[in-house]
Design a protein around this ligand. Structure first.
Ligand code: ZN
Length: 237
């Protein structure tokens, strides 16, 4: 269901900041809008013909929200599309955008609570936020998306896989799991190490798990040999 504008970690400029999208007709759903995302969107002409943009925010690190202000300005002044920003933590998103001088009347903010139905004339998705274990100083969320194309979980930045989500994968209630996976194996790293991913996900279920948020030098071939899938870019961002 999801395509990606970028699938790299914060410093992996070659792959761009991790950002998934779902496009149908004149509607575009983005998960995050990191520092490189706006450039990727314009370079790939993904905003052409778009009238409705929804941005699901996982957390406030720059590689996840760094160009959201640019996208809002562009939507308001150039593209004339409606933009809606969704998060369980809208207060902090609003505060950050306000500090950047992005006027509140240029976008709509929606607080995600319980199971939120995102529905317009093109898309109909149920969105459920899950707290993700990332860093102590800010909240981070993963999102379970249920739609006509199936059920997917997007981890956001997370150093563990939520136990409920893993169980849902094993019970076939989650079709695809997109997981933040990093090269490093150190306790203080706020992402899930590849080694831990291997320890966590049972082999028969790995073909439904995508590695994303990839560091430079991530060994995609090894991951595929071990049974996982690795996010690849449909178009250069
Ligand atoms: Zn982060």
């Amino acid at each position: 269901m999801l395509d990606f504008i970028g699938c790299g970690s914060a410093f992996n400029t070659a792959l761009g900041n991790n950002c998934a999208y779902y496009k149908k007709g004149d509607t575009l759903l983005l998960i995050d809008c990191g520092s490189t995302t706006f450039a990727g969107l314009t370079r790939s002409s993904l905003l052409t013909g778009i009238r409705h943009i929804y941005v699901l925010v996982t957390h406030l690190h720059p590689d996840h929200i760094g160009s959201l202000g640019d996208l809002i300005f562009y939507s308001h002044f150039i593209n004339h599309s409606r933009i809606t920003v969704l998060s369980p933590d809208i207060g902090r998103v609003a505060e950050l955008l306000k500090l950047m001088g992005v006027a509140g009347n240029y976008f709509e903010l929606v607080r995600l609570e319980d199971r939120y139905q995102l529905k317009n004339h093109e898309i109909d998705l149920e969105i459920e936020a899950y707290p993700a274990s990332h860093v102590a100083e800010m909240a981070c969320f993963g999102y379970l998306l249920r739609g006509e194309a199936g059920t997917v979980y997007y981890s956001g930045d997370a150093k563990t896989i939520n136990a409920d989500i893993l169980e849902m994968l094993y019970q076939n209630q989650v079709d695809l799991l997109y997981q933040d996976t990093c090269n490093l194996e150190r306790e203080f790293i706020p992402h899930l190490s590849y080694e831990q991913l291997c320890q966590t996900v049972q082999t028969p279920f790995r073909s439904r798990v995508y590695c994303m948020h990839l560091d430079e030098g991530f060994d995609s071939e090894k991951a595929k040999k071990d049974g996982f899938r690795v996010v690849e870019l449909k178009r250069k961002g």
